[in-house]
Design a protein around this ligand. Structure first.
Ligand code: 6PG
Length: 251
């Protein structure tokens, strides 16, 4: 794994624009090298503005991405149908996927009790990986950060954090009183690039715990993501307010 690169930007709009530029860079490299771009979208609210920028024909990003070569996956999903207000797929469809002609969109069928097994089978089929072989290498995985330093749906003390074989798990999340479906560390760590997007003062304490852990402190979930490729943290000023000088960019 390369060292994490932390890029500090002024505010949420700058965060979305910086992320859009980075996504264009990674997509261009992937299509140039392999004629395909495998992207896993993050859920939650932070990436919404990024998705809107990527889809907006008035912005300089949409036409710089080879959507016909882009295959869209999801890092996690809630156990709801695709039209539910909590669905990560629904947010992505509204902000992005309904407005760009992606080559393929691979939704996690959160409403299905066997969603985790089904999604792993779909990943295995799409990437043509036989049983027992290493997980696929996604070109870019977008991730968020919770106030408890969870990422995707890997929450503190979740058994899914210890999963070393399955690529997708469906842990029960005590704090939420529901299960979630999530990619696991084995597949996240195979990524060619992981981009965390963190915005807001409410994330400052979690971000400091991840990027500047106190000696002897247990690693929070987001700190457990250690991809073989690049790991980038794009954070706005409010989220970075508890970090030392390590982060690049405006203070
Ligand atoms: C989800 C996400 C989750 C999210 C963080 C941050 O399904 O909610 O995968 O990991 O990225 O909870 O959420 P916000 O961006 O809404 O703060």
């Amino acid at each position: 794994m390369s060292e994490p690169v932390v890029r500090r930007v002024a505010d949420p709009e700058a965060l979305a624009r910086a992320a859009a530029g980075e996504l264009v860079r990674v997509a261009t490299r992937a299509v140039g090298e392999r004629d395909a771009f495998a992207l896993a979208l993050a859920g939650g609210e932070t990436p919404r503005r990024l998705y809107e920028l990527l889809a907006d024909p008035r912005e300089p990003f949409r036409d710089r991405i080879a959507w016909s070569r882009t295959h869209v996956f999801f890092g996690d999903e809630r156990p709801v149908p695709p039209d539910h207000r909590d669905s990560n797929f629904r947010m992505a469809r509204e902000a992005l996927l309904g407005r760009v002609p992606a080559a393929s969109v691979h939704r996690i069928r959160g409403e299905d009790p066997a969603a985790a097994e089904e999604y792993e089978a779909e990943l295995r089929r799409f990437f043509a990986i036989p049983a027992g072989e290493a997980p696929p290498r996604l070109d870019l995985v977008l991730l968020g950060l919770g106030t408890d330093a969870h990422t995707a749906s890997l929450f503190p003390r979740s058994p899914a954090l210890e999963e070393r074989r399955r690529w997708v798990a469906a842990p029960f999340v005590e704090r939420l009183g529901t299960r979630r479906i999530t990619l696991t560390l084995p597949i996240l760590d195979r990524a060619r690039a992981v981009l965390f997007l963190v915005s807001g003062g409410d994330k400052a304490e979690a971000l400091a715990r991840v990027l500047e852990p106190a000696a002897g402190e247990e690693l929070p979930p987001a700190a457990r993501v250690r991809p073989e490729g690049e790991i980038l943290w794009f954070v706005d000023r409010a989220a970075a307010s508890r970090l030392g000088a390590a982060a690049e960019g405006p203070t």
